[in-house]
Design a protein around this ligand. Sequence first.
Ligand code: XIL
Length: 333
Amino acid sequence: ADSLRTLASHVGLRVGTAVNTDKLAADTAYAGIVADQFSTVTAENVMKWDTIEPSRGTENFGPADQLVSFARAHGQLVRGHTLLWHNQIPGWLTAGVADGSITSSALRDIVRRHITDEVSHFRGKIWQWDVANEFFTDSNPSTINPNDFWVSHLGVGIIADAFRWAHAADPHALLFYNDYNIAGEDGSNAKSDAVYAFVRQLRSQGVPVDGVGDQGHLDTQYGFPTLLTQDLRRYTAAGFKVAITEADVRTFVKTTDASQTPTDSLATFAQPYEYSQMLKACLAVRDCLSFTVWGVSDADSWVPNTFKGEGYADIYDVNLNPKAAFTAMQQDL
Ligand code: XIL
């Protein structure tokens, strides 16, 4: 059967994966799948600030540059991830803020320089930038998290500034607000409503926001979010592009050994069903530009390290064999 990327090309969709650049360099089977199956790539970690500027003033673009060259060689578009997020911030920065040696006005300059330098470095090579990531929470979904690292030190206005600085550095890149549970996955829809209001407000203030990324981290125990399609459509009706940026569907596992395949019905039926429904939601929305899976295989997944007792979240198994979720996606495309 045809590859995901070939099938997706027929319907004008880009299908992607998050790439572990160490594996890309070391594992030819892994690199082969990335090249053959996907038409867009995201750096799983190496475009985050702690990798890009490990010590103050020292740039480390090498690993990300390698991914960008790989993408160019294979006709893939790159999603840049991510410029402003509360995680994976360099240690020198958090330490400097904590001990007061970095004041808030210095911090603002540091953020401006970081965004300007990174976006300029990749100018012309990034399709979509996740400019701001995860500024809302599930526990207090109606409002931007006042305790967010950036918001608490610099005020909410730093988000708008981040978009302005990114746009100035690369006017052609599509600039995204990216978050999880923002298209109905929270049941109540409170977080979706809040993010929808927020991006419209930014746009009404002339802030250059082009799109909204719904991470798409699903969990079989909650069932499929039935509001997903209509919530994606609500963003696009307001003039935003959308993308599913980090799709995975985690499920319960009996052991942390990722080579053990769970055989219960959530793993066997709910998982491929939810991948299929999530992809169909994107396909049903004209301005849903890309569908990116977070990691190639279950051996790469962030899930076991983050959600206790869960795993088996990706579309290839640990031996790089396609799972039922892969086949489901192939059939939908
Ligand atoms: C995760 C990576 O997959 C892990 O390797 C890393 O240790 C932590 O970050 N939401 C995001 C991603 O926006 O950047 C996160 O990626 C997963 C959750």
